[in-house]
Design a protein around this ligand. Structure first.
Ligand SMILES: Nc1ncnc2c1ncn2[C@@H]1O[C@H](COP(=O)(O)OP(=O)(O)OP(=O)(O)O)[C@@H](O)[C@H]1O
Length: 753
């Protein structure tokens, strides 16, 4: 028994409420050329996608080469080739680079690839153009290249979705010659087309109309169908002047069963009791030459079947009292099939008189409407575009409001609540009052107390605290003895803005406290003010500030390390998201999905080059930071590199996530901006996070750049080590795992449906 190469059983596919393919069944045998015909939107491409295993059927079943399309799609892919409807190869790669790419995807080794390349180049006649960029080839040559790529792995079955759409008749004929050659070599061909002459060349043809397969068979069998040749009728070809104009009148005649326009002539299905000359004479018409009796063409077959299907559909909608007549014109006056027929059968649309004259438009008249012409039309069209794109509306209306509110609240240049840690070695009531005095200025916020020197230093080097207040053990004693006491305030100088505020506030506070104490003591106890060791009078409290990490308060030292993070994210996020969306837009992603390329292979293959570019960008910015801005790296460079790689993985994941959300490059750009803006404004890169309102401060923890910028500043400016950075590293890992999981999960190796 002969097993079919393609076996389709009651296959259906719906998109929401739309049924694109309904209960379709057919079989295709080895070495045959199966042609699937049908008007636009009838479901041809949907059937191919299901057979290729990139679109799951809603119902029914199908197998290709004996393998089920639902469960064994991955096994089918290495054995089939696919030429999609639009040119979906890489325009910026040469002919050879495109062919080699597909050869490698199908796992051909170097020798085999070289051999197969020669075979497909000579088969398609492309050997003179191997160096030419694919994007610069003409339509016919692009199709040849697409064919070459789809044949590189010697597939058993080749699916060609409208392979000749948009190419000239000679190129069409050449391509069909190639297909015949392939069929002769045993390749099974599944071709969709709108062209009747192509349908005639197929060994078997299926005609699909409004998602249903109307008829299936060999072309000569279809022409003998009783529905196409009703008994008591004959078919004639008549040539009239301006035939389109007389078509309605002919169709209205009771003896005319069907009248269809074919270029300059009409195919008339007539009662065999009447002659065409009689019928024409009745309408006062004279044919150009004698009417010719003809056998039905395939186009006659499909037009008739389409009409019958339309009439059946209409009669099931309209109250079924009156029997619809086979002669009734299709609702549009023309069948759907005719509308989609090819260039060979182009129909005259002129309504000019019989003499076919036309009056040329005076060129001066054309200019009368002026430069404003079309404004209204273009304006309305653009408004419709905007209305139809919910994401654009979202980015235009919702995002700006959200951003204004968030950034408006977050961006407050007044410095308050500087995180401060206290090392109180005295611990008595008066020393605690001093701590409160710091907090009462509102500039400092005491985030904790430490009890040993190491914790004190770590609080600062980890970046948890920006200020450290060290109260000496004999603070109260010295005050009571009337001696001057020294209060040490260590300030993280990385952010010059925060450091200057902390420095001046601390010194002012010391002076104010001293004056208060001196005044109080002097008035109440009649005591002299404090004296220095040498006996000179002095303020009781001396605040000694010391700027750590960036003693010269260079603002570039603060910004440049952060900039490294922002640039690294910018490069990787934009490059990755654009790279994937571009492939989706030009259709090459679909082309890749039908190859055996693995999900991980596709993902890593796409991401690694951008990771490399991102890494080079990172190194470059680091070199500029050190040699141009003079910011040296105090901490471990290897730690910095490892953590930078972690952040880069996170950014690549974000780029991938954007690519799964956006359908176009424009959308990808908008999404990327929505991610970049908070990374710049809320991550602490420009404005200190401690100054932000609490809800926004919480949001900053959801931004991976927040953690990386803290890590960068820690390692570069403060020489922070792994222990110092544990909370930030942990945060970055959590962000990375979440982003990568989400993006890989969304990056399904399936078409978006
Ligand atoms: N991903 C999708 N989401 C929603 N509808 C879809 C999708 N893909 C196809 N359709 C719809 O399914 C129907 C069949 O489409 P299909 O592309 O299979 O038609 P076709 O016969 O190949 O048309 P053409 O000859 O114009 O290429 C159409 O109405 C189309 O709009």
């Amino acid at each position: 028994m002969r097993h079919p190469i393609i076996d389709v059983r009651s296959l259906s596919r719906s998109f929401g409420t739309l049924t694109a393919v309904r209960d379709v069944s057919f079989q295709v045998h080895r070495g045959s050329i199966f042609g699937l015909l049908g008007p636009n939107g009838s479901g041809k491409s949907t059937i191919i996608r299901m057979l290729l295993g990139i679109l799951p059927p809603s119902d029914g079943d199908a197998s290709v080469l004996g393998m089920n399309v639902k469960d064994e799609a991955e096994q089918i892919k290495p054995r089939v080739g696919y030429m999609s409807q639009q040119f979906s190869l890489y325009g910026d790669l040469s002919v050879q680079e495109n062919i080699d790419f597909y050869g490698r995807i199908y796992g051909l080794d170097r020798n085999r690839l070289s051999h197969r390349r020669d075979v497909v180049l000579s088969l398609t006649g492309l050997h003179d153009r191997v160096e030419q960029l694919a994007g610069t080839l003409s339509g016919g040559w692009k199709q040849r290249l697409a064919l070459a790529c789809s044949l590189i792995h010697e597939p058993d079955v080749l699916f060609l979705d409208e392979p000749t759409a948009g190419i000239d008749p000679v190129a069409r004929r050449d391509l069909w010659d190639l297909l015949f050659e392939l069929s002769g070599r045993g390749v099974t061909l599944f071709v969709t087309t709108h062209y009747m002459d192509e349908a005639e060349r197929c060994s078997e043809v299926g005609y699909i109309f409004e998602s249903q397969l109307l008829v299936l068979g060999k072309p000569h069998e279809l022409k003998r169908l009783p529905a196409v040749n009703p008994s008591g009728t004959r078919r004639y070809e008549i040539r009239l002047p301006n035939p389109a104009r007389h078509l309605p009148a002919l169709r209205d005649l009771p003896e005319v069963h069907d009248a269809t326009l074919f270029g300059e002539s009409i195919h008339l299905l007539l009662d065999d009791t009447r002659s065409p000359e009689e019928v024409l004479a009745g309408l006062g018409l004279v044919a150009h030459d004698e009417a010719r009796e003809i056998a039905p063409s395939l186009e006659d077959v499909f037009v008739t079947l389409t009409r019958n299907a339309e009439e059946r559909a209409e009669s099931s909608l309209v109250t079924p009292k009156t029997e619809p007549s086979a002669r009734d014109p299709a609702p549009s006056g023309q069948s759907a099939f005719q509308e989609s027929s090819g260039e060979d059968e182009s129909q005259p649309t002129s309504t000019a008189d019989d003499d076919d004259d036309f009056t040329p438009i005076d060129p001066t008249e054309r200019n009368d409407q002026g430069t404003w012409n079309g404004l209204w039309a273009v304006l309305l069209k653009e408004l419709v575009h905007i209305r139809r794109q919910p994401t654009t509306l979202f980015f235009m209306l919702v995002v700006p409001v959200m951003q204004t509110i968030i950034f408006g609240y977050a961006i407050d240049t007044q410095i308050e609540h500087i995180p401060t840690v206290v090392f109180n070695m005295d611990g008595r009531q008066v020393s605690r009052e001093l701590t409160s005095a710091f907090e009462n200025t509102r500039r400092f916020q005491i985030i904790g107390h430490v009890w040993d020197e190491e914790s004190f230093q770590r609080a600062l080097s980890s970046g948890r605290a920006k200020v450290g207040v060290r109260i000496p053990p004999n603070y109260v004693d010295q005050l009571l003895r009337g001696e001057q006491t020294r209060l040490q305030v260590l300030i993280d100088g990385s952010d010059s803005q925060v450091a200057t505020t902390a420095q001046s506030t601390a010194q002012l506070l010391g002076k104010n406290l001293s004056i208060q104490m001196a005044t109080a003591k002097g008035e109440a106890l009649q005591l002299a003010p404090a004296r220095t060791a040498s006996g000179q009078s002095a303020l009781p409290i001396e605040v000694r500030t010391r700027l750590l990490y960036n003693p010269d308060l260079e603002s570039s030292h603060f910004f440049v390390p952060g900039l490294v993070g922002i640039i690294l994210q910018l490069v990787t996020l934009f490059l990755t998201s654009f790279a994937v969306v571009r492939e989706r837009e030009i259709g090459t992603l679909e082309q890749l999905f039908v190859t055996p390329v693995g999900r991980t292979g596709l993902l890593l293959g796409k991401l690694l080059p951008y990771a490399l570019v991102g890494f080079v960008a990172f190194l470059t910015v680091l070199v500029v930071m050190i040699y141009v801005f003079g910011v040296e790296i105090r901490g471990s460079i290897s730690l910095l590199f490892v953590l930078s790689m972690l952040f880069m993985i996170c950014s690549l994941g974000l780029g991938l996530l954007v690519s799964t959300l956006a359908k176009t490059q424009l959308e990808a750009m908008q999404f990327a901006f929505v991610i970049m803006l908070p990374s710049v404004l809320l991550s602490g890169f420009v404005f200190p996070r401690s100054e932000m309102p609490f809800p926004i401060y919480l949001i900053t923890f959801a931004i991976p750049a927040t953690y990386y910028i803290e890590i960068l500043r820690g390692v570069v400016l403060r020489g922070a080590d792994f222990i110092d950075l544990i909370p930030w590293i942990f945060g970055l890992i959590v962000c990375g795992v979440l982003v990568i999981t989400l993006s890989v999960f969304r990056f399904q190796k399936r078409l978006k449906v």
